[in-house]
Each structure stands twice: as structure tokens, then as C-alpha cells.
Design a binder for this molecule. Structure first.
Ligand SMILES: Cc1cc2nc3c(=O)[nH]c(=O)nc-3n(C[C@H](O)[C@H](O)[C@H](O)COP(=O)(O)OP(=O)(O)OC[C@H]3O[C@@H](n4cnc5c(N)ncnc54)[C@H](O)[C@@H]3O)c2cc1C
Length: 429
């Protein structure tokens, strides 16, 4: 039997962790051919996208180049965007590749696999709200974070020249919306240090619109209550229990006919699977564009195809689906890593067990809040302030450890800190 070809599509929180571990274990010693495909050449951990969007982190420092990383960690990297899967031929098809001037670089490509892992993540769900797709930025990819950054810089430039107000509206007060609102306030507080002398805090209006009666609706009342107190204090306008029925150039039109004005509009409500999944007619795709997997993360009816993270629908024993979270994608990558090794040795695969460690929400430098679960105590408990911030950052460190191993992750983080120390604290270009 020849060397098995393991193809992973999507190098995000789950896919890149899996590619790194399989690469180090099998790829470096040529026991398997591990190929990672991603549409982007750079990996940014998705929970940091809002920080890229506002310029608090610089992707040239925090971004990881798949090609370099793959060379050292035993996987090959191919830039491409999945457009079709043929489970009978055991091939996938990648879309044609264009350059920035929209010139064709490469036509469609076909890639063969022995085992395929779909790890394409999710996208924001506009629930078909009129105008949302055309007017809003969906903060779900590096490209969208960069688009927001450009609009923010244009807005700040105008604000500095004219002192007319700038209004930013965010639909969805889940973790993404709340973290973005807090981060934006931090930016407006800091821009004077960076030459925007004419801008004052009160020039920026941040509107956070949420259909549920509280922010962070998935989290315990104490966590959302505390986060709400922080947002109130920094002057974010909260519109709770408000449903957006249409998005126009001027802003968000609500069910009761009110217009919430917004120059920059962000849609951060709801998660669904990637749009391309709607075209994968040979696979079991749900109404929310996720692919159905069994307890061992095998796509139902296709034992050589696996899926993990936000693009997969795995129903737990409790009847609930695994939530779309970085910690879930990372745990799934760990289980799938063991399962693929077992499978190559002809052993049984284990069912995925989700461990909810709680949720932490960063409120920029103002703090973090969250609830932790686990062995420390029965049930969950509330954390905030420095401890919560420390635990929030440790999630990222754990992600880096899965990409590099603990020691190299520490060195990598130290190198990043040195580079950041040299550069301005805000990327305003
Ligand atoms: C702003 C923000 C803040 C968040 N904060 C938290 C948090 O604090 N805690 C938490 O647990 N979760 C958080 N999340 C959710 C978390 O980021 C996701 O649940 C997690 O990243 C999912 O991991 P994944 O591996 O499934 O996909 P992703 O990490 O989304 O990675 C998907 C990868 O697939 C690639 N891809 C997509 N389509 C294609 C295609 N057609 N072809 C090739 N490649 C493709 C993408 O480029 C990307 O690299 C946050 C999300 C956002 C947007």
C-alpha cells in the first residue's frame, strides 16, 4: 500500500492545528503526504479578526505564512479555494485563481485524496435580510477585516478633517460584536497620539443592535450584565430586543421603522456553513450549509471524508450541536488527529467528546469577562478583570502550541512581542 494522501481544506483554528500535528507526526518522516489547502496564504486566528479590523494587531506580525510553516512542520501548502467534492472519484476541485487585477493565474485544479478533511469554518448569517449582503461587512475572513480597516481609516481621515460625526453600526451583540465595539472605543481614545489631533471621543458613535433582550445572549446573565455595564460606561449605544428588517446605505432600518444611522455597517449575527457547501450535492448538507458528521467526525455516508469546526454539524448525545467556537474546533482537531493515526494503524476511531471550558469575552484593554467551567468547581463560575484577560490570552497561546509545540510557541510569541514593541501600537495605514 502506497503513502496515504491526507488533504485538509481550510487552515483555521481546527484545520491548521490538525495539519501541523499530522505533518510533524507523519509528514516529516514521509509516512503520509499531508496537504493543506487554504484560499489565503496567511493564517490569522479568527478570534483576533476584530483586532486586525481596528488595527490593534498587524497581520504582518501576527499572521503566519502557511508555506513557511508547512516546510518546518511536515505538511505541503497549496493556495486554492474549494469549489467541488467528488467522493466517488476521491477528488476535489479548486476554483480558478485570479490576481489582484482580476487576471487568470491558474485554471481549475483537481486534487486527489485518500482521506479528506473539510475545515472551511463558517460565515456570518444574514438570514436573508434585505440589503445586508450589499451594505455590510461580515467580519468572518481576513479579507473582510482588511475591508473594515480601510473603511475605518477613511472614516478617521474624514473625521479629522471635518469633525463631522462618524457612526459605526454593528448587528449582533455576540462575542464578535461586543469585542469589536470595545476595541473601537479604545481606538478612538488613542488616535490623537497618532496624529489625528482633531478627533475627540464624542465624534464616534458606536451602535450595537441585538434582537435578544440582552447582549451576549448565549452567556449567563452575570457575564452579559457585567459586559453591558462596561459598554454603557464607555458610551456604546445599545439597541436591545431590536430586529433589523433592512439595511440601507444610511443605516439599519428596524421592525418598528426606526433608522439607526451608520456610515460603516458590520453584520456579526449568526453563523452558517460556507456558501460553497450549498453546491456539494453529493454530501449531506444542512439548511444552514453545514455538513452532517457522525460522532467520529466522518461525513455521514462517506467514511473517507471528515469535517470539523464551524462547517460541521455534529449532534452530541445531549441532542445539542457542538457550538461554533475556536475551543470546539481545536478539540475536534485533537480527536481527529488521534482517529486518523488509529485508522492508519487499522484501529477503531473514537467518538468526539466536547468539553465546554466556558466562554471569555475580551473588552479590549478595559478587561475581559466570562464564565469558566470544568473541574475546578461544580458548574460554572464568573471571572473578570486581569484573570479573565489572562485566561482569554491563554486560549491563543494554546492555539499557538498546537501549531508549533509549546517551546517553539513561546519563542514565536516572544519574537512577536519584540516586533510589536518596535512598531506603533495601532496600525493606522
Ligand atoms: C471576530 C471573532 C471573534 C471570535 N472570538 C471567539 C472567542 O473568543 N472564542 C471562541 O471560542 N471562538 C471565537 N470565535 C469563533 C471562532 O473563531 C470559530 O469558531 C473558529 O475559528 C472555527 O474554526 P474552524 O477551524 O472551523 O474555521 P476557521 O478558523 O474559520 O478557519 C477556516 C479556514 O478555511 C479557509 N477557507 C474558507 N473557505 C475556503 C474555501 N472555499 N477553500 C479553501 N479554504 C477556505 C479560511 O481561509 C480559513 O483559514 C470568534 C469568531 C470571530 C469572527
Amino acid at each position: 500500500m502506497g503513502t496515504k494522501k491526507i488533504v485538509i481544506v481550510g487552515g483555521g483554528a481546527g484545520g491548521l492545528a490538525l495539519a501541523s500535528k499530522l505533518g510533524r507526526k507523519l509528514g516529516l518522516s514521509a509516512k503520509a503526504d499531508v496537504l493543506l489547502i487554504d484560499r489565503s496564504p496567511i493564517h490569522i486566528w479568527k478570534p483576533k479578526l476584530h483586532e486586525v479590523a481596528v488595527g490593534v494587531i498587524d497581520q504582518s506580525i501576527e499572521g503566519l505564512l502557511y508555506r513557511d510553516h508547512g516546510l518546518k512542520n511536515g505538511y505541503r501548502y497549496l493556495r486554492g479555494s474549494l469549489e467541488a467534492v467528488d467522493p466517488d472519484a476521491k477528488t476535489i476541485q479548486l476554483s480558478p485563481l485570479y490576481n489582484d487585477s482580476n487576471e487568470l493565474l491558474m485554471g481549475q485544479r483537481t486534487v486527489e485524496y485518500d482521506y479528506l478533511v473539510l475545515a472551511l469554518g463558517g460565515v456570518s448569517n444574514s438570514f436573508k435580510t434585505p440589503g445586508a449582503e450589499s451594505q455590510c461587512i461580515f467580519l468572518d475572513s481576513l479579507a473582510s477585516a482588511e475591508k473594515f480597516h480601510t473603511q475605518l481609516l477613511d472614516g478617521l481621515m474624514l473625521l479629522n478633517e471635518t469633525q463631522q460625526r462618524l457612526s459605526i453600526g454593528i448587528v449582533g451583540a455576540g462575542a464578535t460584536g461586543v469585542e469589536l465595539a470595545a476595541e473601537l472605543h479604545h481606538v478612538i481614545e488613542s488616535v490623537r497620539e497618532f496624529g489625528y489631533q482633531n478627533i475627540a471621543k464624542h465624534h464616534l458613535d458606536i451602535h450595537l443592535v441585538e434582537a435578544a433582550p440582552k447582549i451576549l445572549p448565549q452567556l449567563p446573565d452575570r457575564v452579559s450584565g457585567r459586559a453591558q455595564a462596561v459598554l454603557d460606561k464607555i458610551g456604546v449605544h445599545l439597541h436591545l430586543g431590536v430586529q433589523v428588517k433592512e439595511v440601507t446605505k444610511e443605516g439599519f432600518l428596524t421592525q418598528d421603522g426606526t433608522l439607526i444611522p451608520a456610515d460603516i455597517k458590520v453584520w456579526a449575527a449568526g453563523v452558517k456553513g460556507p456558501d460553497v457547501f450549498a453546491d456539494l450535492t453529493k454530501l449531506p448538507i444542512t439548511a444552514r450549509n453545514q455538513v452532517e458528521v457522525d460522532a467520529c467526525m466522518r461525513v455521514k455516508g462517506h467514511s473517507d471524508i471528515y469535517a470539523l469546526g464551524d462547517c460541521a454539524q455534529l449532534i452530541l448525545g445531549s441532542g445539542k450541536p457542538v457550538p461554533p467556537r475556536a475551543q470546539a474546533a481545536s478539540q475536534m482537531a485533537d480527536t481527529l488527529y488521534k482517529n486518523i493515526l488509529n485508522r492508519l494503524k487499522g484501529r477503531d476511531e473514537a467518538a468526539f467528546e466536547y468539553r465546554d471550558y466556558g466562554s471569555l469575552v475580551s473588552l479590549s484593554r478595559f478587561s475581559a469577562v466570562g464564565n469558566l467551567m470544568g473541574n475546578l468547581r461544580q458548574g460554572d463560575f464568573f471571572v473578570e478583570g486581569h484573570l479573565a484577560r489572562f485566561m482569554y490570552l491563554s486560549l491563543y497561546h494554546r492555539h499557538l502550541a498546537s501549531l508549533f509545540g509549546w517551546f517553539s510557541a513561546l519563542v514565536y510569541r516572544f519574537a512577536q512581542k519584540l516586533l510589536r514593541w518596535q512598531r506603533p501600537k495601532l496600525k493606522l495605514h
